[in-house]
Design a protein around this ligand. Sequence first.
Ligand code: MN
Length: 259
Amino acid sequence: MSATQVESLIDDLASGAVEVVDLTQPLSESTPVIKLPPPFANTPGLSRTEISMYDDRGPAWAWYTLEIGEHVGTHLDAPIHWITGRDGADVASIPPASLVGPAVVIDKTAETESDPGYLLTVDDLEAFEAEHGRIPERAWVLLRTGWGSRAQDEAAFLNVGENGPVTPGPDVEASRWLATERPISGFGVETVGIDAGAAGGFDPPFPLHNLLLGAGRLGLTQLASLDKLPITGALIVVSPLKLVGGTGSPSRVLAFVPR
Ligand code: MN
């Protein structure tokens, strides 16, 4: 982008020709967090304690101490989150250019409405490209499912049934395709994790974590407002904390959308 194009983007933001859309779920003590079955350890959600509140501890200022898991709310998965990516990047080492790129939205809202455990397939990905063109380099592929409408209701959001969680995500071969067939920066979802709810029983288990993070690419979960994005043509900006050694980070995720 030339200086002129940056100036034109600034003008477009001022005029509303380009809108900034917030793809982040609100983060609070009630934000749903993933619940792993025994014997696995679980993450805490958000909690905070006052340091001072305009009082004797600090008469003119308020501030809190946070406790929060790295993988809480709208958050990034770094390659080192998964054992297959353990020699890859921590959050602080991710090249910033990977955190900005074209957003490509694959809409499986209708499919997810009729089948909450809907599995995205290679056929779906190829059909998407036949209709909308090849997924570009450095793209963030976003799986739109409508699941974000459940984000304030933990039971509906996690959707754990008798046989475990039932949430949409890619199947094994789609996970392999995303990790190896296109040079994408990452894959984002509206659900609590990048893999489907049933993926613990796949071979390999959690194939998108295994293959995508193993390939040095990134994950993004618990996204909001994907219905406000065009299928192609938006620019996404992912802003995790620059956490040294971090396996993931709560993130603010914004999109520039032409109107
Ligand atoms: Mn995660």
